[in-house]
Design a protein around this ligand. Structure first.
Ligand code: FAD
Length: 108
């Protein structure tokens, strides 16, 4: 069976790094690419229960991907990750600090 934890850490690194390098003002093509990537990712992610729950979470209109800017996309990804953290009984991450963690480095 796949290493669900190692896979998860690697996947979150990819996903948050993508939001960290996403344009501040993305073109409509870039926004479509981001939405299509998430849609494919949520169907192809090689932990099937994880993928199923992630798709279901994204299907809620409140959780539809927000890709209109780097900040929106980064916040949205942080919320997605927090939904999984809550499901697994882990601590919520403070989304005000997503960019420090994944782009600029911690300030303290
Ligand atoms: P991770 O949760 O992997 O986090 C890595 C690092 O990201 C942390 O050390 C922290 O610095 C930072 N971080 C934490 N939270 C946030 C946040 N909200 N925003 C930004 N940065 C943050 N595992 C299961 O057992 N069952 C599942 O159903 C499941 N579903 C998953 C669905 C998806 C889409 C993904 C990508 C992973 C899923 N996982 C699931 C894996 C799980 O989320 C963790 O990756 C795994 O349990 C390892 O956790 P960890 O505590 O090492 O840190």
């Amino acid at each position: 069976p796949p290493d669900v934890e190692g896979l998860g850490r690697a996947a979150w690194t990819l996903l948050h790094s993508m939001t960290a390098t996403y344009p501040t003002s993305p073109s409509s093509v870039q926004q479509t690419d981001a939405r299509q990537f998430l849609s494919s990712f949520s169907r192809l992610y090689p932990c099937w229960v994880c993928a199923e729950d992630f798709q279901q979470w994204m299907r809620d209109p409140c959780n539809a991907p927000r890709v209109s800017s780097r900040d929106e996309f980064g916040q949205w990804m942080c919320e997605a990750h927090n939904a999984v953290n809550v499901k697994l009984g882990k601590e919520r991450f403070n989304c005000a600090r997503w960019e420090e963690r994944w782009r600029t480095g911690w300030k303290d």
